[in-house]
Design a binder for this molecule. Sequence first.
Ligand code: F3S
Length: 281
Amino acid sequence: MEVTVAKSAGFCFGVTRAVDTVYEQVEKGLKVCTLGPIIHNEQVVNDMEAKGVRVIDSVDDIKDGEDITVIIRSHGVSEEVMNKLQQKNVNIVDATCPFVSKIHKIVRQKSNEGYNIIVVGNEKHPEVEGICGWCDNNAYVIENAEEAENIGVDSDKKICIVSQTTFNYKKFKDIVDILLKKSYDIDIMNTICNATEERQTEAGTIAKQSDAMLVIGGKHSSNTQKLFEICKRECPNTYFIQTLDDLDLKEFQSFRSVGITAGASTPNNIIKEVQSYVRNE
Ligand code: F3S
């Protein structure tokens, strides 16, 4: 059986980097904690916990001068959180995704230049909270067309628009079009990361060329669900599995080619496990 695994399956670059960072620090024998769970995957977080990694919710959970290494996850944090950490005098390892750090720099610089900042994204998302914290929490956060229509930005000031890295490009464009019509003086920074789109495009291409397609990911993961829909459209024999246990290989024996992809929070070892199992059948 020919098995093709999508190169973009599973963790994106930023998450891989953050997860690897945690394990690297643990291997050094350091006492490690992460500010928030490093990723929305229970297995990974449990495995880290078993290796002694503590997940803390807030900087206040750290004692002053505690002998601990604090890892900042790929979403990044606000300037205030960063300052608080520095004051605690702990060892900080910053695993903020470089694409997110870039947004921090943009909003910091533009707000210093007197721009109004608009962040297109979900205001409750930690990445957006972090971004807002690099421009004195003065940014306007909008998520849809209606909010763009009703935005009450001071029209004398210049505007800089950035977006949450995982925001949908089409929705971003629609929102920008509405703001442009309001004839503000606008700098548009498309800071959407294309990891999600790449994963989806590659999944569709592989599904088209395969007799069967396996999509691995959490039952409640919306990005995995989306991958499943894309693949199912291209390949009727598409299966959604969480782990190897969900795989019924009897169904697979008649297929000559099988494609595999996985959602953004599926660890590599699960993908590898499924791959070698299917290959050996
Ligand atoms: Fe991942 Fe960084 Fe993009 S965390 S989704 S590579 S912005």
